[in-house]
Design a protein around this ligand. Structure first.
Ligand SMILES: Nc1ncnc2c1ncn2[C@@H]1O[C@H](COP(=O)(O)OP(=O)(O)OP(=O)(O)O)[C@@H](O)[C@H]1O
Length: 368
């Protein structure tokens, strides 16, 4: 019988993935990574729901205490990033380093199973002409999570199954109800897990970073107000600046070295180019010449036409935080947008596609 490990968060999607595979005759083992304390998925509450699903399906349930890994690779990374004045996106790092990597390792080494399944909305297909696993958007475009999966390696994609990639969320809920799963009506997670567990990103960061007053300045360096720590700001932010001005002001830059937040009007928020580092080429081999694509510089944006220009190592050098030291020579690209893009935010992911095919992605290093 085919065996598969299903990553169970305690939510409806992974419950349904497990139920479908079980129903199809797979020998399913549930695996939950315990990532943090607090309420919500990946916390004790999620583990209990995951255990309940395994009990319902009559399958074994393994729990792996991964709180140290999560702390080191996600919490510390986020805190360091915010204190450096960037706005890190933890989810793609979490998928690769905390979830898929360790789950595949556990499945192979502890259980002798070579496939893992998750409840992600995305698709994987093998392209024999290219000799590569390709990552595609989900059929349900409104739930598509491929953006957060751009950093998965070929080895991880080869080992992974996205059971829900061809389904719409409405079908998932229907199947959950038909199977009578406890999680059938569980609400969607609306925010970052850390935000859900801590109330807000501000509350989370305030546990780690002390207030540090500094100046809010305009592009010419004129002091317009005061801030209480650069980690409370992100590019494009308009609220909470506490500055009375005739025109609306937005955060257009964060200068952590000098403890300054730079503000400007909306016209200063758009940029024609940016540099991206720690690039992972997914569905095609790394190109050596520019390619055309459509890019998302954040999760929920309309893909924008772009030219992706590969940068050789050392070219256009600029210091950047390489968060886990795994990439000795991070690959970098320059993105030249057909139309200038709004609020390009260092630390967030830029992910580029050809239609439904995710070509590659990386971390925005800086606006050019
Ligand atoms: N702590 C965890 N342990 C094991 N697998 C997990 C864990 N968290 C998430 N996953 C897997 O990753 C998938 C996507 O997780 P995500 O956090 O995006 O939640 P989601 O899309 O709301 O899914 P779900 O409804 O299953 O919680 C889950 O469906 C699950 O298979």
């Amino acid at each position: 019988m085919n065996r598969v490990v299903v990553g169970l968060s305690g939510g409806v999607d992974s419950s349904v993935a497990a139920a479908i595979l079980h129903h199809q005759g797979y020998e399913v083992v549930g695996l939950t990574l315990w990532l943090m304390k607090g309420k919500g998925q990946c916390c004790s509450e999620g583990m209990v729901d995951a255990a309940f699903i395994c009990e319902q399906l009559g399958i074994p349930h393994h729990i792996v205490d991964s709180r140290d890994v999560f702390q080191a690779h996600i919490v510390d990374y986020l805190v360091a990033g915010y204190s450096d004045g960037i706005t890190p996106l933890p989810c793609s790092q979490c998928n690769k380093t905390v979830k898929f990597g360790p789950m595949v390792k556990y499945a192979r080494e502890q259980l002798g199973i070579d496939k893992i399944a998750t409840g992600h909305y995305a698709r994987i297909s093998y392209n024999s002409d290219l000799g590569r696993y390709q990552l595609l958007r989900a059929v349900d475009q409104s739930k598509d999570q491929s953006y957060f999966l751009y950093d998965l390696t070929q080895d991880l994609l080869a080992a992974s199954v996205f059971t829900l990639g061809e389904m719409h969320k409405t079908e998932t809920r229907k199947i959950a109800a038909e199977f009578g799963l406890k999680t059938a009506d569980k609400p969607e997670s609306m925010d970052l897990c850390l935000v859900e567990a801590n109330g807000s990103m501000r509350e989370f960061l305030d546990k780690y970073l002390a207030a540090k007053k500094g100046d809010i300045v305009d592009r010419e360096g004129r002091v317009l107000g005061q801030h209480d720590g650069v980690h409370h700001y992100t590019i494009g932010q308009r609220r909470g600046l506490g500055i009375a001005a005739a025109e609306a002001l937005y955060v257009i830059g964060i200068d952590a070295v000098n403890n300054r937040v730079v503000v400007g009007d909306r016209t200063h928020l758009t940029q024609p180019e940016c540099t991206v580092s720690r690039v992972n080429w997914v569905s095609i081999a790394p190109p050596t010449t520019p390619i055309r694509a459509e890019v998302q510089i954040r999760y929920r944006t309309t893909p924008a036409p772009v030219t992706v220009i590969p940068l050789m190592d050392g070219q256009d050098a600029h210091p950047t935080r390489v968060w886990d030291g795994q990439d000795a020579h991070p690959t970098r690209v320059k993105l030249v947008f057909d139309e200038p893009q709004l609020s390009i935010t260092p630390g967030q992911a830029a992910v580029w596609y050809d239609g439904d095919i995710l070509l590659g992605g990386g971390i925005i290093e800086r606006q050019n």
